[in-house]
Design a protein. Structure first.
Length: 320
């Protein structure tokens, strides 16, 4: 998974979040800041999420068996979806609850300098994690904007880490502003407002992650560029007269299924058609290496305009 899944980005985020979570909880214990508590829970949730992504990558590499003949590649999508649920429930909902609690039962901060110091350190560590995720994502963007990359990426790990890191950095800024205004004004309500903003941010990111990973779980086809490359590869050798229809499906981030019905000349022998199909499959794999599972059905094309069935005759051309 290190190439497409961004293992280095996940490990960097895990190390950063574990260290940040510890310092945030220490700051909360000594200062009583609800923003620090919310951020600490957020970092713990993020750490658990990175462990889940690593586990999903490991389980997805299991060999295909009788129960799962196409393998376990889509387990990475399942674990990414679980991450979005955890981010919503543990991080977002808890932060909203804690913010409301702080607004309804305000109490002054103690040792206010400590959360400010921790937030500055945390911003630095999260920036390192985000920089690593962006560096790992660079070779896979192919000129796409960051928003397009998150929406179109088939490997879920990097988009998840990117969104988590952006949410973490933004949340730290909210916490910094909330704690800072509490210190300046002496009004602890600002700390509660900062906590509410953190919760709303995490809920929004979790919803985006859930929508994107749900699409992958349901099943997405190849990109337009890959479909065009596959179609050109099919027809390049001249064995097939045309593509009657073709469908693609990602079995996992690194494995694409291609199914196509191709029209061959009716006078070809079976051995000739079999050899032609083998040649077509080789060209498809050369053009799109992740197209590892290919099924091609040969057929004889009959132009619908040339068919003139009468009321007494029904023309049936194979199973579509």
């Amino acid at each position: 998974m290190s190439a497409s899944g961004g293992t280095r980005a996940i490990v960097a985020a895990l190390a950063a979040n574990l260290g940040i979570a510890l310092t945030k909880f220490i700051a909360w214990a000594f200062s009583g800041s609800s923003s620090m508590l919310a951020e600490g829970v957020h970092s713990v949730a993020d750490s658990g999420n990175q462990l889940l992504l690593l586990l999903g990558g490991r389980r997805s590499r299991r060999r295909a068996d009788r129960s799962h003949p196409f393998g376990y590649g889509r387990e990475r999508y399942v674990y990414a979806f679980v991450v979005s649920i955890i981010l919503f429930s543990v991080g977002g909902v808890f932060s909203v609850y804690e913010g409301i609690e702080k607004l309804t039962h305000p109490h002054p901060l103690e040792n206010a300098w400590l959360p400010i110091l921790v937030l500055i350190i945390a911003i630095g560590l999260e920036s390192f994690s985000l920089r690593t995720a962006m560096k790992e994502s660079g070779p896979q963007r192919n000129g796409l904007s960051w928003v397009q990359f998150v929406r179109r990426a088939k490997a879920p790990e990097l988009p998840v880490v990117l969104l988590e890191d952006v949410a973490a950095l933004t949340g730290l800024v909210f916490a910094f502003i909330g704690v800072g205004l509490t210190i300046v004004t002496g009004n602890p309500a600002w700390d509660g407002i900062g906590t509410l903003l953190i919760g709303a941010l995490l809920v929004a990111v979790a919803i985006v992650l859930g929508i994107e990973t749900k699409s992958l779980l349901v099943g997405e086809g190849a990109s337009e560029a890959d479909e065009e490359a596959i179609a050109k590869a099919v027809l390049a050798g001249g064995e097939a007269e045309r593509i009657i229809h073709m469908k693609t499906l990602y079995l996992g981030p690194d494995e694409l299924l291609v199914g196509a019905k191709l029209a061959f000349a009716g006078e070809h022998r079976l051995a000739d058609v079999a050899g032609a199909i083998d040649a077509v499959e080789r060209r498809i794999r050369d053009a799109v290496p992740i197209a590892r599972v290919i099924y091609i059905e040969p057929d004889v094309w009959v132009d619908p305009a040339e068919q003139h069935p009468t009321t007494d005759t029904i023309v049936i051309k194979g199973l579509e």
